[in-house]
Design a protein around this ligand. Sequence first.
Ligand SMILES: NC(=O)c1ccc[n+]([C@@H]2O[C@H](COP(=O)([O-])OP(=O)(O)OC[C@H]3O[C@@H](n4cnc5c(N)ncnc54)[C@H](OP(=O)(O)O)[C@@H]3O)[C@@H](O)[C@H]2O)c1
Length: 336
Amino acid sequence: MDVCCLSAVWYLIAIYALIQLVRFIFADADFTLLWACLVGNKPETKLKGLVVWVTGASSGIGEELAYQLAGCGCRLILSARRVDELDRVKRCCLERSNLQDQDILVLPLDLLERTSHEAKMKTALQHFGNIDILINNGGRTQRSLCLETSLDVYQALMELNFLGTASLTKQVLPHMTQRGTGSVVTVSSVAGLAGAPLATGYCASKHALQGFFNALRTELTDYPHILISTVCPGPVQSQIVQNAFTEELDMPVTRVGDQEYKMATKRCVHLILVGIANGVKEMWISKQPFLLFNYMWQYTPTWAWAITDLLGRKRVQNFKAGLDADAAYFTKPKTS
Ligand SMILES: NC(=O)c1ccc[n+]([C@@H]2O[C@H](COP(=O)([O-])OP(=O)(O)OC[C@H]3O[C@@H](n4cnc5c(N)ncnc54)[C@H](OP(=O)(O)O)[C@@H]3O)[C@@H](O)[C@H]2O)c1
């Protein structure tokens, strides 16, 4: 190869690298998911007519899931504890779609009341005859330092985020294996992959979910048409901070930070639906720099730990000083 040819190759490689860098700077999801967005199945066509059970459908990500799924023509089972909020979400779904009243079942459910889950599953089946997709979305986060947090809070987080989700999944899964088809999609978190300060119990519960579903997927290799998918969002606009556990059970959050820097709920949910429509097994959904952090945590953990130390210290300092710990990385912290 002559010198001219060689430099042309280097030139092309440099241009390719530059394009990928620019794509990455503006990316808000992992490349597999973004690729599916570009060339994959569209949720409106792939999910149309399917029966989807959404937990945590009364606010935030779950509420938006209900709207977008209704827009795709899915029939819905909406679950959470607050019936009035679920009724409101149902009404909005009907207004925004061509669905009829009987296409949406409001099924109040407490993830903590595991003994009720079998009956809930029966009610859902009686209404629709089958369940195509279960979206395990209900859950709560944490805002408290480990040393100041009661063990009861850790128990509650594991009971809700992990055991409640595992329990409902175990009710729905036999129905899916019997039919040989279905999807169990679980909204985990970036905290299911990495560690974050002020959320030791939350991280533990989401890591537990990641382990559970990664292991479950390996047990279902004889069922190629059953999708086990975990969704790992970074910060998304919702009620999650208001509803967070703190040092003690029933102690409310006193500082709710700025939501502006977080990803819009609509965008996050659109990406989730694209992932489901394309059978993506793990979805990373984050604006930068969280997405970069995901990649670093996966591929260069030593560097990721160094950054966590740096940012974690700052976040803990702000939290102790009574400042807005959540926005501490990006905006000037303010008292609330
Ligand atoms: N927002 C984020 O930044 C973010 C990032 C990563 C992951 N996530 C995950 O996304 C999921 C949804 O959270 P979100 O951000 O949308 O927060 P959210 O607005 O607070 O919604 C949480 C939902 O969970 C339900 N829920 C809470 N406790 C429940 C229980 N005992 N039984 C049944 N449902 C219960 C709530 O409904 P009721 O109160 O009516 O029961 C509500 O619908 C969670 O799993 C969260 O960990 C969120």
